[in-house]
Design a protein around this ligand. Structure first.
Ligand SMILES: C[S@@+](CC[C@H](N)C(=O)[O-])C[C@H]1O[C@@H](n2cnc3c(N)ncnc32)[C@H](O)[C@@H]1O
Length: 251
């Protein structure tokens, strides 16, 4: 299915349901514990701090933070993912606040010690002002001195590892992926074709591409200070060997 002007890909529940087996594999879910370990160290979180997991998905980081005694608010626009997160939290007796809301509208002034936005959950909106709005909302929602931690695919990394075509298999589902870099390297456009139970599902989607310096500039324009970039949540340098772009900022 082609992206339509009426419903952008990121607002399509059928898209998020179709890609669920590929973005939440058991390996990715298991990695959340170490991600959280790193995030706590990087943001120097005090015990019991209040944290917002913005675009939380199935809540893999939210659950891990709650297990460690943090007060967690988890926000996502995909109800199906939130339901899965809620069921897992309930099964473990974890007290997490789940909010079904669009990141462009979620703003809770001076409420959090930290906001995390992980696994390429930023840069979805074609209109650059809307991506800035998300950053401004994060800034407003942090207490003074609060921290933001974001992790995504950096433009420099993508340029190094770029592959035009790729395929993957998870259980009985096959995914074919085709990628194109947009004009001026502003975005990457991907075409995903999924085959499951004899059915084909196709979707094109694009996300903005940011270099480290572009992201720092956007954070600065949204009110953040003291930005630092890393090549991963482990704090490795964002250099020619980096695999991910991670940015830490302060309100
Ligand atoms: C790649 S997933 C990452 C999920 C989670 N951060 C993780 O690391 O597992 C991106 C998430 O962003 C959510 N999302 C997409 N657009 C959103 C929006 N406008 N507002 C809030 N959440 C959104 C999706 O529903 C999805 O759960």
């Amino acid at each position: 299915m082609k992206e339509t002007a009426e419903t952008p890909w990121h607002e399509r529940d059928d898209f998020w349901e179709a890609i669920e087996p590929f973005i939440f594999t058991s390996k990715i879910i298991d990695a959340a514990s170490q991600d959280v370990e790193h995030a706590i160290a990087m943001m120097k979180l005090e015990p019991g701090a209040r944290i917002c997991d913005l675009c939380c998905g199935i809540g893999r980081h939210s659950l891990e933070l709650a297990r460690r005694g943090f007060q967690v608010t988890s926000v996502d626009r995909t109800e199906h993912y939130l339901e899965r997160a809620k069921a897992n939290a309930k099964a473990e007796g974890l007290d997490i606040e789940f909010v079904h809301q669009d990141a462009r509208n979620f703003r809770r002034p001076d409420s959090f010690d930290a906001v995390i936005n992980l696994f390429t959950s930023f840069g979805y909106f074609k209109n650059p002002n809307e991506n800035i709005t998300v950053l401004e909302n994060i800034n407003a929602s942090l207490k003074p001195g609060g921290k933001v931690l974001m992790e995504l695919m950096g433009k420099e990394v993508l340029a190094r590892i770029f592959q035009e075509r790729d395929w993957r298999q998870e259980d009985n589902i096959i995914l074919l992926e085709e990628r194109k870099v947009g004009k001026n390297w502003e975005f990457i456009e991907a075409r995903w074709i999924l085959f499951k139970d004899g059915q084909k599902y196709e979707q094109t989607f694009s996300t903005k591409l940011y270099s480290a310096i572009e992201l720092i500039d956007m954070f600065s324009r949204s009110g953040f200070r003291a930005m630092e970039t890393f090549g991963g949540l482990d704090g490795s340098p964002y250099d020619q060997k980096a695999n991910r772009l991670t940015i830490l900022g302060c309100k």
